[in-house]
Ligand binder design. Structure first.
Ligand SMILES: Nc1ncnc2c1ncn2[C@@H]1O[C@H](COP(=O)(O)OP(=O)(O)OP(=O)(O)O)[C@@H](O)[C@H]1O
Ligand SMILES: [Mg+2]
Length: 226
């Protein structure tokens, strides 16, 4: 039995890491790996504040250089889209390489969670985006969306895009936005009207140094596959 989940989002800074950390925290003590294969804006001397650093902390693991490198092999200092960051730093990656890394890293584990970089179609190479990684792995996506004004169009566009490539969607998590937030019940109603088959969970604004620890249960989005 194996469970695979790709945490993606309608854009950057929406809440993927928070949701990935919540899952990592809720899955402590189980046979789980959590990856953040591509990360830009990574400062080695501030590793604890980086996405892979937060993921390790949520799992209760030490944030060492080796531990970060093992879950995030493509780390770029420049805080721009991965394709540009790679080009500026004289490196390159392909969707096939990222997908192969994820598949190998998850080879022997029961549960594998992968956080994307940026939004669903963030470019990772000259003519490839993260969607191409999803298309290669074909693992279900958990789409993290905000509650800001305009989120519905972004959400429906992302779902249509996934469906156009015949990719499975595990569900939607609304991570409450700090700014321009709309009423969550109204958002839920619209999502249910357009996408009645998709499970939706709401993560309210969470505070504190370990916000993921107080997130609602999200493990229902992990589906067993034999
Ligand atoms: N529901 C929430 N409650 C409190 N803070 C939140 C919530 N959702 C997101 N945030 C905060 O917003 C910021 C951006 O979220 P996060 O880092 O999870 O986004 P991301 O989608 O992973 O971004 P990136 O594309 O850079 O990986 C973080 O400081 C995060 O803690
Ligand atoms: Mg992140």
């Amino acid at each position: 039995m194996s469970r695979r989940l790709f945490v993606t989002s309608t854009g950057t800074e929406i809440g993927k890491t928070l949701i990935t950390c919540a899952l990592a925290h809720q899955l402590r003590g189980t046979d789980t790996r959590v990856l953040k294969p591509v990360v830009s804006g990574y400062e080695p001397d501030q590793a604890a504040a980086s996405d892979p650093g937060l993921i390790l902390a949520a799992r209760g693991e030490a944030v060492t250089e080796d531990a970060v490198a093992a879950i995030a092999p493509w780390r770029f200092r420049t805080p721009v889209a991965p394709d540009l960051a790679a080009r500026l730093e004289g490196r390159a990656m392909t969707a096939a390489e990222v997908a192969a890394f994820c598949a190998k890293a998850g080879d022997a584990v029961e549960t594998l969670i992968v956080e994307g970089a940026g939004g669903l179609m963030a470019p990772i190479a000259e003519r490839e985006t993260f969607l191409d990684v999803l298309a290669l792995t074909r693992w279900p996506s958990l789409l993290v969306i905000g509650s800001y004004l305009g989120t519905l169009s972004h959400t429906f566009t992302a779902i249509e895009t996934l469906r156009a490539r015949n990719l499975p969607v595990a569900g939607i998590v609304i991570s409450e936005s700090e700014r321009d937030a709309q009423a969550i019940p109204e958002l839920r109603r619209s999502i249910a009207a357009f996408l009645p088959e998709l499970p939706v969970c709401v993560v309210p604004r969470l505070a504190g140094p370990r916000p993921w620890a107080s997130a609602p249960t999200l493990t229902q989005f992990l589906v067993e596959k034999s």
